[in-house]
Design a protein around this ligand. Structure first.
Ligand code: ZN
Length: 130
């Protein structure tokens, strides 16, 4: 997690929507979205908590094709691969949400290391491609 204090207060909604990207943990440049988002089911019911980490998501997430496939009351997350235009560092923005009456309510936002999630991302189709 590498937000400035200001971004913590005001930027998280924009980041959740993909309109603002987090800064690079290495050189502080604004990272760029590197490829299409992927959608995953989380084994988390409603507002239950967990400790967000790349390792947790790598073990817990199951690919989903469409938001319509999320079982009622269960959480899902959208992973957006990021790359730094300055130093080439990679990361993954994970936005965990609960669907409530068709709206996506953000529950957690995490910026994770790319490495532990690379296999999971390779095994999932870009959202909307199916
Ligand atoms: Zn960088």
């Amino acid at each position: 997690m590498d937000y400035t204090f200001w971004e913590r207060l005001t930027g998280s909604k924009l980041i959740a929507r993909g309109e603002l990207t987090p800064r690079c943990g290495e050189c502080r440049s604004r990272m760029r979205l590197h490829s299409a988002p992927r959608l995953f089911l989380l084994p988390v019911h409603q507002d239950k908590g967990y400790e967000p980490s790349a390792e947790y998501y790598a073990g817990a997430c199951r690919p989903l094709d469409r938001v319509e496939d999320i079982p009622v009351g269960w959480r899902a997350c959208r992973m957006r691969p990021l790359a730094c235009p300055q130093c080439g560092a990679r990361a993954v923005l994970v936005v965990d949400f609960l669907r409530v009456r068709g709206q996506e309510v953000t529950e957690e936002i995490a910026v994770c290391e790319y490495g532990p999630l690379s296999g999971l991302l390779r095994g999932a189709c870009p959202e909307g491609a199916v």
